[in-house]
Design a protein around this ligand. Structure first.
Ligand code: NAG
Ligand code: NAG
Ligand code: NAG
Length: 583
């Protein structure tokens, strides 16, 4: 740094991108005309394309790859199809940002080019080596069928370039191939490596041959070139294939600061470790919190059944293949995750794009020590316009009111609710203890309850025929202890046919005895990304209203329970558009 010459470069890149995107718009409108009559016009509306979530100008994206901070820039690589809005031809696209919100697209970082990745460059991570150089570990496909997965490394051509524009693949690739005891078709997504004693360690996701045992296969290396598989995986469970493992330390319960991936021990402030896997079978990201012993090379979850039952999810909605990284500038750990579309392939082709990244979230250990807490990075707040406030408003049973004074289709809404009494909370059926989603499927937003459902109707049409509900509902267990359910109910979100409209839900481990609970929803045209009770439970939904678009989208607070609910404070902001990859 200190040389101002390169600072100009990304803006020149940006200008070029803007020119490129002009031709992109022309292309989009052509595709729109050509779209089959079964694709409704609204689906290709620019009013459904996200305004402030991460997207390239067009085409398919999936997993976030190798996020890191380097010499003044945040880097995000991601799985990208340069040729269309469906999965295929995957390369590592690359964007950089000063603030995790405004993004500049660069040339792709990694494409198939060597024998060990000639048929695919799949997901992976970055690690900062001892000399400060970042290294990418990624999965390559070396034969025409994707049935043989191997691990490769790539290094920057010029580590002085803060934008890390060019990468090369050293001749000692591959660094790990499937050997005995590894299912070659289920062997991918190396993690960020961590260092202890004299060794680097990394994990690769796997499935033990002939079983349903998902594994975090452990490798060790002294020089980051030669990697040896450890005798035992770091951890495993009978859940099916583990994709995209992620493993990192967290600080003391309630401390929001994050830790570098190699930090270890109480003296370094490490309280626990977190192991996440993306479960191919269910397409959700699950994690456990536990203790890691780097001598025995073992990780033991605190909750012995947390791998299979009573599972914690980063997000109970559309959020997958996530990855964290440590931000040394703001001393925080940041989580990125992919949200796919909930429309059809025909819709995606007509739109010309598919897939977004969730808003980057800071992530830390909850004061209870039993779960993580997530919150949108503070930089997002720079996009907020003038606030609209509502205070001290009681919503009686069956009532709702509209929040006016802003265009809510691209907004950020924070609400503090107060429940007047928990007396009427419905009895909780323990059969649903491990199935919030099913419970919410039965008790949706329109099913009257004792305490709740209460919450927001977002992206609602004027006549309320279209609306997405994000809400809470309170139950009581056999001992009278309240149980809080948080749901996202998109069943009425759109009149467009062929949409996938799953109800998503999670329990919220919060003390509601005071009656207080908060909700934050990031509404972005076709995204509703919600944070319950300060980020204890998160749900991202994709919805595609046909009428509640742009200025025709409304925002309401509703209460379908028998108990009064007070909105002690609601603040809503229209959100500006950040720079988004030149789109
Ligand atoms: C490496 O990057 C630095 C910083 O951008 C630049 O000044 C230098 O010319 C680059 N070196 C080469 C060989 O491209
Ligand atoms: C590897 O995993 C695939 C997918 O689950 C399975 O069909 C195949 O039988 C497995 N191979 C072995 C050797 O277990
Ligand atoms: C993406 O979308 C489909 C619905 O079309 C869903 O069933 C699938 O599991 C989703 N999630 C992921 C991570 O692929």
């Amino acid at each position: 740094m200190g040389n101002p010459k390169w600072v100009l470069a990304p803006w020149a890149v940006l200008l070029l991108l803007q020119l490129a995107s002009a031709s992109h718009h022309a292309r989009l409108s052509l595709e729109t005309e050509a779209a089959s009559p079964s694709v409704p016009a609204s689906i290709v509306s620019p009013l459904l394309r996200t305004g402030y979530h991460f997207q390239p100008p067009m085409n398919w994206i999936n997993d976030p790859n190798g996020p890191l901070y380097y010499k003044g820039w945040y880097h995000l690589f991601y799985q990208y199809n340069p040729k269309g809005a469906v999965w295929g031809n995957i390369i590592w696209a690359h964007s950089v940002s000063r603030d995790l919100i405004n993004w500049i697209a660069l040339e792709p970082a990694i494409s198939p080019s060597i024998p060990t990745d000639q048929y695919g460059v799949w997901s992976g991570s970055t690690t900062i080596l001892h000399d400060g150089t970042p290294a990418i570990l990624y999965t390559g496909i070396d034969r025409p069928s994707v049935n043989y997965q191997i691990q490769n490394i790539a290094l920057p051509k010029n580590a002085s370039d803060p934008l890390l524009r060019e990468w090369y693949k050293p001749g000692y690739n591959p660094i790990a191939v499937p050997m005995a005891g590894i299912n070659a078709t289920q062997f991918r997504d190396p993690t960020t490596a961590w260092f202890a004693g004299r060794h680097w360690r990394m994990l690769v996701g796997g499935l033990r041959p002939g079983t349903l045992r998902g594994e975090a296969i452990l490798y060790r290396s002294r020089d980051f070139k030669h990697w040896v598989r450890a005798k035992h995986p770091l951890h495993s469970a009978l859940t099916g294939m583990w994709e995209c493992p992620d493993f990192f330390p967290v600080g003391k319960a309630g401390v929001e600061n994050g830790l570098d991936t190699s930090e270890y021990g109480a003296a370094a402030g490490v309280e626990k470790h977190v192991l996440k896997n993306s479960l191919d079978l269910t397409r959700y990201d699950y994690y456990t919190i536990g203790t890691y012993d780097n001598v025995k090379e073992r990780y033991v979850p605190d909750n012995p059944t947390g791998d299979v039952y009573q599972r914690l999810q980063y997000d109970y909605g559309n959020f997958y293949a996530s990855k964290t990284f440590f931000d040394p500038v703001k001393h925080r750990r940041i989580l990125l995750g992919w949200a796919n579309e909930s429309d059809s392939v025909a819709h995606d082709k007509a739109k010309g794009w598919a897939g977004i990244q969730a808003i980057p979230r800071k992530i830390w250990l909850d004061p209870s020590g039993k779960q993580l807490v997530q919150w949108p990075v503070e930089e997002l707040e720079k996009l907020r316009g003038k606030p609209v406030n509502v205070g001290d408003k009681v919503v009686k049973p069956g009532q709702h009111f509209e929040v006016t004074g802003l265009q809510s289709y691209q907004s950020d809404v924070e609400v503090s609710f107060e429940v007047s009494s928990l007396d009427k909370a419905e009895p909780f059926d323990p059969a649903y203890s491990n199935d919030a989603q099913k419970l919410c499927g039965i008790k949706g937003a329109d099913v009257k309850g004792g305490v709740g459902p209460f919450g927001l109707w977002v992206l609602a049409s004027a006549d309320l025929a279209e609306k997405t509900a994000v809400f809470f509902r309170v139950f009581k267990d056999g001992y009278g202890k309240p149980i809080v359910l948080m749901c996202s109910d998109p069943t009425k979100s759109s009149l467009t046919p062929d949409l996938y409209k799953p109800t998503f839900a999670g329990f919220v481990d919060t003390d509601i005895s005071s009656g207080k609970i908060s909700l934050r929803s990031l509404i972005d045209r076709s995204v509703v990304e919600s944070f319950g009770a300060g980020g204890k439970t998160c749900i991202l939904s994709r919805v595609y209203p046909s009428m509640a678009l742009g200025k025709d989208a409304h925002l309401h607070v509703f209460n379908n329970g028998e108990t009064d609910i007070k909105v002690s404070k609601l603040t809503a902001w229209e959100m500006k558009r950040p720079l988004m990859n030149g789109a």
